[in-house]
Design a protein around this ligand. Structure first.
Ligand code: DHB
Ligand code: FE
Length: 317
């Protein structure tokens, strides 16, 4: 059976990709950002997932304004990097996992999440920058990646609650896939930022830090944040954070926060990053407890004997 071992979230600022592609990662401004991902690369090298599900948003690269799917699942074998204006990024082609992706599509659509099946798609910085941040710059990405594109560029994006519930449906889908695969779910985008208009440059660290705290401890609270509140508190592009809730819905209710990083700014954006692990041992404990006979459901011989004695005493025998 496939299972989700962890969830990761990180911002996907395109300038981070440009810093990598142009060899500027050691400049003090960028060093501050990249050093925050050293531990994540170590974690990834140990975790060695078999598949990543990358929840990201397309920034009018694969989808023009003509067609904007709310949720689009990449079921293809390959996803080349998109040309975002300076030619495609010099990063490896993302290799998909068509079998697992098609299984997820079937499972979540039958669970009434009507996502769009995409059999041909280029992927932009929304996906490739987070891959760089946790895998570095290898010749090939170390595992297949299933892209799940979420519309957060044109109103109305899905609600945080819908994203969270989709995460749960994805988990159910993964856990019904017969092959033994260890899966990590990425939520990308955010944190607070606004790129244009009178509030361009807006960053709200207080909001971001509370979001990170609740992502670990009380994600249901985050599912109640309205679009208006995201806009007001985290800027117009802060709405990207709903994608973190797909990741959060796909992992356990109680998780271990194994790493967190936050720095301001990178380009226009507050960079946030978190790694949340499922508690595998707790799962094993629950299974053991379930295997034990329940005291109430099936009274043991001694308890039945004790009850007979008590009744006899009450009757004065
Ligand atoms: C920036 C951040 C984004 O998430 C994005 O998609 C584009 C630009 C920025 O900070 O410049
Ligand atoms: Fe973005």
């Amino acid at each position: 059976m496939a299972r989700i071992i962890a969830g990761i979230s990180s911002s996907h600022v395109p300038a981070i990709g440009a810093a990598i592609d142009n060899g500027r990662t050691q400049e003090p401004y960028w060093q501050r950002v990249f050093s925050g991902f050293d531990k994540s690369k170590e974690w990834m090298a140990k975790a060695k997932p078999d598949v990543v599900i990358g929840v990201y948003n397309d920034h009018a690269s694969a989808f023009s304004v003509e067609i904007i799917p709310t949720f689009a699942l990449g079921c293809a074998a390959e996803f080349p990097p998109a040309d975002e204006g300076w030619g495609p990024r010099p990063v490896p082609v993302v290799k998909g996992h068509p079998e697992l992706a098609s299984h997820i599509a079937q499972s979540v659509i039958l669970d009434e999440f009507d996502l769009t099946i995409v059999n041909k798609m280029e992927v932009d910085h929304g996906l490739t920058v987070p891959l760089n941040l946790v895998f570095g710059s290898p010749k090939e990405w170390p595992c297949p990646v299933i892209p799940l594109a979420v519309n957060v560029v044109q109103y109305p994006p899905p609600t945080g609650h819908r994203c969270f519930m989709l995460g749960k449906a994805i988990r159910k889908a993964v856990e019904s896939f017969p092959q033994d695969l260890r899966v990590v779910v990425f939520g990308t985008g955010g944190m607070s930022h606004q790129i244009s208009g009178p509030r361009a440059g807006l960053i709200n660290s207080k909001f971001d830090k509370a979001f990170l705290d609740n992502l670990t401890k009380d994600p249901k609270k985050l599912t109640r944040i309205s679009h208006l509140e995201f806009m007001r508190e985290a800027g117009a592009e802060g709405i990207e954070m709903v994608m973190w809730l797909v990741m959060r819905g796909a992992i356990d209710d109680k998780v271990d926060e194994v790493y967190r990083f936050y720095t301001v700014p990178a380009s226009n954006t507050a960079v946030g990053h978190i790694i949340l692990e499922n508690r595998q041992r707790a799962g094993a404990k629950r299974k053991r407890a379930a295997a034990r006979p329940s005291k109430r459901a099936a009274p043991s011989k001694t308890r039945r004997a004790a009850a007979r004695v008590k009744t006899a005493v009450r009757r004065g025998k």
